[in-house]
Design a binder for this molecule. Structure first.
Ligand code: HAM
Length: 420
């Protein structure tokens, strides 16, 4: 057996790459409509950026990062998510100094050493957006609408939007104590994993999918019911904006995102078509992250979404509208004499903007026509017949079989007209 892809990574083969192109084009169009501008960041960063940004105690930082030392002894990590990198770039390039609101989007591979399963890869792709500079709920609502609009435009109107508020540095510490007390009173009924989290990261206990944990914590207090007045107003105003714009949502007080930077708004878009890894997208507000990463205070909110998971759902529901690309015109020759002219014509067609192909195996006309059919060419240009010597070429419309002869110099125009 030769070389194979690493576990949890995938090749995107030509037969599926057009689906990626279709999905990415549509996503980009939505980002443009909402006036977000693209940012690209390197595949790896200093390890501390993610450790500090995402949080030491999160699963991502404690177990899932691809971390390595470079030859100079610097600890580097392949980006497991984009938010920390985007904020790093925002601070480094003073992006906040030229506009009151900085709206950025990205489409990029991410790396997490998770246990691979359906919908969970070690190299996966996210599209996402981050809006930096406003603390008001209008921008929370915009970011959520951006995400839901994208899914709706693919025909996925029925994704469920789960929404909550996780509080801020004023109300969360008090809530954590209340939660810890409640969890300690049921600690014997929790799984070992959750028992460990009671002291370290009690809110993660609420996120456990284990039925045993679910049952034990059914009645513990939730942070959304312990918000300070500021967080509570923010949450209420956001809900009102969403309701006004017709966005359906479910309040889910047990929603705990796997990253520590969130304040106030947190949300997830889930799909019933995905099994246990049901999150299509997740996001929230992170008003303290810029400061945490060494910048001036800058409130922010964003979301990220898994492209592979979107593709799975689109496929399951047969919602692809893209078409596999193919060469429009096939240049065929009747004999070897015409081959050089065919080669030159091929280049001329391509230069006039027409996707063109020819036979590179010096095969018979019959075999060339079969190849043109296999490639689903819309038209075949035939060189080498009697008419060819008088400056004409034979043009066959492969969709209806009609063949006519036209002057060579009119070929590009005729083809463009023919294929629309
Ligand atoms: P996240 O929830 O960790 O959030 O990831 C967002 C989405 O990426 C998930 O909902 C899922 O669709 C996809 N995803 C995550 N891990 C995998 C994986 N191993 N395989 C396949 N897909 C995966 C974030 O990354 C935050 N940065 C989102 C954010 C942006 N919050 C604020 N701004």
């Amino acid at each position: 057996m030769g070389f194979r892809t690493i576990r949890g990574t995938r090749d995107i083969l030509p037969d599926e790459s057009y689906e990626w192109e279709f999905v990415e084009n549509q996503i980009r169009a939505w980002f443009r409509r909402f006036n977000y501008r693209e940012i690209q960041t390197p595949a790896f960063e200093e390890t501390t950026l993610f450790a500090r940004g995402i949080g030491q105690l999160t699963d991502i930082v404690s177990k899932e990062m691809y971390t390595f030392e470079d030859r100079g002894g610097t600890s580097l990590t392949l980006k497991p998510e984009m938010t920390a990198s985007v904020i790093r770039a925002f601070i480094q390039h003073h992006l906040g100094s030229s506009a009151p609101l900085t709206k950025l989007f990205y489409i990029s591979p991410m790396f997490r050493q998770e246990r691979p399963q359906a919908g969970r890869l070690r190299q996966f792709h996210q599209f996402g957006a981050e809006a930096l500079g406003s603390a008001h709920p209008e921008i929370d609502a915009e970011v959520i609408l951006l995400a839901t609009s994208i899914y709706a435009s693919f025909g996925l109107e029925k994704t469920v939007l789960k929404l909550t508020s996780v509080g801020c540095e004023k109300c969360r510490p008090g809530y954590k104590k209340i939660l810890q007390e409640a969890l300690r009173s049921v600690v014997d009924r929790l799984t070992a994993d959750s028992q460990r989290r009671v002291d370290e990261n009690p809110m993660r206990v609420l996120d456990s999918k284990e039925p045993q944990d679910r049952a034990a914590t059914a009645n513990v207090p939730l942070v959304k019911d312990h918000l300070c007045p500021e967080c509570s107003d923010h949450f209420r105003e956001l809900q009102s904006l969403l309701t006004k714009t017709g966005v359906a949502f479910e309040i889910d007080g047990r929603l705990v995102r796997g990253l520590d930077y969130y304040t106030k708004t947190a949300f997830e878009l889930v799909s019933g078509d995905l099994g246990s890894q049901d999150a299509l997208a997740g996001g929230g507000r992170y008003d303290l992250l810029a400061q945490e990463l060494g910048g001036s205070p800058a409130p922010g909110i964003g979301f990220a979404a898994g492209i592979e998971r979107l593709l799975v759902v689109l496929e399951k529901r047969s919602l692809f509208r893209g078409e596999a690309p193919h060469a429009t015109v096939f240049v065929a020759t009747l004999n070897g004499e015409a081959r050089e002219d065919a080669f030159r014509l091929l280049q001329e067609l391509r230069q006039s903007g027409i996707s063109a192909e020819m036979d590179f195996h010096r095969r018979s006309l019959k075999a060339q026509m079969r190849e043109a059919g296999r490639q689903r060419a819309d038209a075949v240009v035939l060189l080498g017949g009697d008419e060819w010597k008088t400056g004409l070429v034979a043009l066959r419309d492969m969709r209806n079989g009609e063949q006519r002869q036209i002057p060579k110099e009119e070929l590009a125009d005729s083809l463009l007209r023919m294929i629309g």
